[in-house]
Design a protein around this ligand. Sequence first.
Ligand code: SOE
Length: 380
Amino acid sequence: MAKPLNIGMIGYGFMGRAHTNAYKRVSDFFSLEYRPVLKAACARDKEKVTAFAENWGYESVETDWRKLLERSDIDAVDICVPNNLHKEMAIAAAEAGKMILCEKPLAMNVAEGEEMCAAVEKAGVPNIVWYNYRRVPAVTLAKRLIDEGKLGRIFHYRANFLQDWTISADVPQGGAALWRLDVDAAGSGVTGDLLAHCIDTAIWLNGGIQDVNAMTETFVKERVHALTGKVQKVGIDDACAFLCHFQNGSLGLFESTRYARGHKALYTLEINGENASIAWDLHDLHRLSYFDHSDEGRLRGWRSIHVTDHGGDHPYMDKWWVPGLQIGYEHSFVHQVADFLEGVAKGTPVGPTFRDALETQKVCDAVLQSAHSRQWVDVN
Ligand code: SOE
């Protein structure tokens, strides 16, 4: 019989639902020492958080996150609130001895992230940040192939994250669903929201980033603020592109925007090595494209691997359906919970820890600094 691990969820938006779904499903598919229990949901709006709790099956509600942290029946806290609240909640949760699962990006900036790392490390509490794309089976397979040396020396790493939902100047900034457009709540625009995903995956697959040269643009300069009703300057980056050098000598090229008409959440990556190349695309997330130069010449070409096989060959897939039947976006969160719980059982950290996510934060800060100064900026 698995031991209960009581979850206190702070927030009830898109990510609150994605994470809750993962807590609910994980024990049905993974055999683990711990079983998440939806103990309490917490948010300021009593009516809304109660509706969320009833819908998803949380046993209780809190309207003050400090009260949630005082509760002895909460083992782990999930921070699913705007970025400007991460630091205070995470530090208090660490001091209360709670495990922490924090939504990405880790913090508003490196200084905050450092304080958060210090707090969890001092408290010795398990901690993880929700960079979920690492645990899409095709991306995890890419990691295994790279670690086995199949690509050989890496020359190029390319990633995009393209959306189109803020093109209209009528979209307000601030408030429940649109805090991502409000610099005071988000810290940055696409850099912290979307490129942060690309950077986390890139560091995981290809190692650390040494320096960056970036440009950003804010296409819509003013928007109505949902909280004040006034037209206010927009402080976030709507689009960002940067070049970088990785520590392994390879070159990186990253682009993200919310102004790529027609693209809703097109995260793509491509890695070119001396022996082989890999490409992946979130819109076709269960496939990994692979080109192997050692294939017989007349058969050589890009192959599209349907990452759904069993037998330990394709990461996580033996836990789901029969070979050939694919899974989707939400399963990356289930995998993250499964790995986290396994780490808790073994007493070993599972990445991306706060410390890992701080590396991504350092790159994001360097990118914004470079765009501002129009200079190459060293990371660190
Ligand atoms: C933004 O639209 C967003 O929801 C991000 O905040 C998520 O992290 C990303 O996975 C999808 O896009």
